[in-house]
Design a protein around this ligand. Structure first.
Ligand SMILES: Nc1ncnc2c1ncn2[C@@H]1O[C@H](COP(=O)(O)OP(=O)(O)OP(=O)(O)O)[C@@H](O)[C@H]1O
Ligand SMILES: [Mg+2]
Length: 269
C-alpha cells in the first residue's frame, strides 16, 4: 500500500513534532508501507517574510508570490526539509529530501477567479504554479529502494522558472499522479469544522458536493480551500481515500487513521 502524507507548519513545528511523526513513519515503513511525504511551512515563511519587512499576502489560502517572496519560500522550505530528513534518519528511515522541481513539471497559474464575500474577482497570484506531471519512475525507484521521499513544494516550469505551489495542491498533484491508496493531510485543526471555534462541530465524513456548499457559505475558507480542492483532485484521479487529521492530537497522528479508526474528516465523492 502507498500513502501520501502532507503536513503543514502549524501542525508539525520544530524537532519534537517532527520526531513524533518520524517515529510513526518508521513504524509504517517497517510494516512494508510505501510513504511519500510532502510538507508546507506557512507560519515559518510568514515569520521570515516579516523579519525581512515583506508583508505576507494570501488569497483564498494561496500565497501571492513575487521574486523576493519566492526567495524566502525556497530558503525556509528547504531548511524545514533538511530538518525533517534528519529527523527521519534519526528514527531509522532512509529519507531523501527533494524539491518538487526535481520530480514534477509545473505551470504558472493564470489570473485566478477568487470568490470573496460573495464577490468574484480575478487575481494574478504571481509566481504560483500547479502540477502538470510527475516523474513516476523516479519516485517508484526511490520507493522500491526502501526510501521515503520528503518533498517541499517549490516546482518549476519547463524552462526552469521556479514556482511556488501550495503544499496541499502539490500533495494532490503527486498523489494523483501516483494514484496512491490514501492521501492524509496533517493540519492544525481536528478536521473540517462547521464552527471553527468549536471542535465538537467536526465533520467525520463529507462528500464533495457538501464541501461545495460549505465553500459557497464561507464556512470553508482560507487554507482549508486549497486543502479541499486537493482532496477533490486526488479523488477524481482515483485515489481511494482522502482525509485530514490533526497533527496536534495527543495519540497517533496518522497510524490510527490508517488502521481505520474515526480520525479527522474523510472526504468522499
Ligand atoms: N471550516 C473549517 N474547518 C477547519 N479549518 C478551517 C475551516 N475554514 C478555514 N479553516 C482554516 O484552515 C486552516 C488550515 O490551513 P492552513 O493553510 O492554515 O494550514 P496547513 O495547510 O495545514 O499548513 P501549511 O499551509 O503550512 O501547509 C486552519 O487552521 C483553519 O484556520
Ligand atoms: Mg495551507
Amino acid at each position: 500500500m502507498s500513502y501520501l502524507l502532507k503536513f503543514g507548519g502549524n501542525a508539525i513545528s520544530g524537532r519534537e513534532d517532527m520526531d513524533r511523526l518520524s517515529r510513526e513513519i518508521a513504524g509504517l515503513v517497517n510494516e512494508g508501507k510505501s510513504i511519500v511525504l510532502v510538507h508546507g511551512g506557512g507560519p515559518e515563511i510568514n515569520a521570515e517574510l516579516e523579519l525581512r519587512g515583506i508583508k505576507p499576502e494570501k488569497i483564498a489560502g494561496v500565497r501571492i508570490t513575487d521574486e523576493r517572496t519566492m526567495e524566502v519560500v525556497e530558503e525556509v522550505l528547504s531548511s524545514i526539509n533538511r530538518d525533517m530528513v534528519a529527523s527521519l534518519r534519526e528514527a531509522g528511515v532512509d529519507a531523501a529530501g527533494l524539491a518538487a522541481r526535481d520530480i514534477t513539471v509545473c505551470v504558472k497559474r493564470g489570473p485566478t477567479e477568487v470568490r470573496e464575500e460573495g464577490r468574484i474577482r480575478m487575481v494574478d497570484m504571481g509566481l504560483v504554479g500547479d502540477v502538470v506531471s510527475v516523474d513516476l519512475e523516479r519516485i517508484d525507484s526511490m520507493l522500491m529502494a526502501g526510501k521515503v521521499p520528503v518533498i517541499y513544494p517549490v516546482g518549476a516550469d519547463r524552462d526552469g522558472n521556479a514556482l511556488n505551489v501550495n503544499a496541499d495542491t502539490m500533495a494532490a498533484g503527486i498523489a494523483a499522479g501516483m494514484k496512491v491508496d490514501e492521501m492524509i493531510q496533517i493540519t492544525d485543526v481536528p478536521g473540517i469544522l462547521l464552527d471553527i471555534s468549536d471542535p465538537s462541530t467536526k465533520q467525520s465524513v463529507l462528500t464533495l458536493s457538501e464541501v461545495d456548499v460549505l465553500i459557497e457559505k464561507g464556512i470553508i475558507s482560507g487554507g482549508m480551500v486549497p486543502k479541499v480542492e486537493a482532496c477533490r483532485r486526488a479523488l477524481e484521479a482515483g485515489v481511494s481515500r482522502v482525509r485530514m487529521v490533526n497533527g496536534k492530537d495527543k495519540g497517533s497522528i496518522v497510524s490510527e487513521a490508517l488502521r481505520g479508526s474515526d480520525h479527522g474528516t474523510l472526504i468522499i465523492r
